[in-house]
Write a protein that binds this ligand. Structure first.
Ligand SMILES: [Fe+2]
Length: 265
């Protein structure tokens, strides 16, 4: 139920945590940069209603990484929902979650909004793809609540973000996804991760938003390059009349020393 107006979601993405908290990803200790975002949330978000994790929670598929994320998020005392990214192992996630405040629910129904979480992971691939069963699940959710404004959350970008290397690694069957959602006029917004940068666009009247990673940031250009931007998160406010307002907040400083010559990750 939406008891307060607005209802605030927090989107966190691409944490890439290791079992060993001292390990780094291209020069950034992912534990430290994740902690910087946790601190930022504690500083700025005096009220939030739920947290969405849009994939790449663990870099190394380790049980310990998934547990540490749950421990860090427990301090917010709100439910947390997640989808797998290409670096995650859904089987490990299913063994660890639910844990603390992290749920394994995939459909969150509010008073006049609903949030549908999908698995866009293609086994052992960096690019994404929706299995037919995921698209059927999506349709069932949309059919069940035809009057609710819908937010759909998954990992891989369903639209080009303007970066050649990244756009080769997006959602491969995006056309099928859009064919489904265009049939449902109440689909309002799509939230995703994977691209490690702030991005927004609109497709057929549906807003699409990406969020910075909590660790390394990708520069929007044709070849892989890291960008010297701090980690961050997205906040999303939902209003009862169907209005959605969103923005990105970043930490004040870059966390760690990234490798400017990295050619990939
Ligand atoms: Fe990622």
């Amino acid at each position: 139920m939406i008891e307060k107006v607005p209802f605030r979601l927090i989107q966190i993405s691409d944490i890439h945590l290791f079992a060993d908290a001292k390990r780094d990803l291209l020069g950034v200790k992912t534990e430290d940069s994740f902690q910087a975002v946790i601190d930022l949330l504690h500083q700025h978000e005096k009220h939030m209603d739920l947290i969405l994790l849009s994939g790449d929670i663990a870099q190394d598929n380790s049980h310990d990484a998934y547990v540490r994320v749950a421990q860090a998020l427990e301090s917010f005392h709100v439910p947390v929902y997640c989808v797998p990214g290409n670096h995650d192992d859904p089987h490990t996630m299913a063994k660890v979650y639910p844990l603390a405040t992290i749920s394994n629910e995939r459909h969150i129904v509010l008073k006049n909004w609903h949030i549908i979480l999908l698995n866009s992971q293609r086994h052992q691939a960096v690019e994404g793809n929706f299995a037919e069963s995921e698209l059927i699940y999506l349709q069932r959710c949309l059919q069940k609540y035809p009057e609710h404004h819908a937010i759909i959350v998954f990992h891989h970008q369903p639209v080009p973000v303007g970066s050649k290397w990244l756009d080769n690694l997006g959602l491969k069957n995006a056309k099928e996804f859009w064919r489904v959602v265009k049939q449902y006029p109440k689909v309002h917004t799509v939230l995703f991760g994977h691209v490690h940068q702030e991005f927004e666009t609109m497709v057929e009247g549906i807003k699409c938003y990406a969020v910075p990673s909590t660790c390394i940031q990708f520069k929007c250009q044709d070849a892989f390059k890291l960008e010297n931007l701090p980690p961050g998160y997205r906040w999303v406010d939902l209003y009862e009349d169907g209005k959605l307002v969103t923005g990105v907040r970043r930490a004040a400083n870059y966390v760690g020393v990234y490798d400017p010559h990295a050619k990939g990750y």
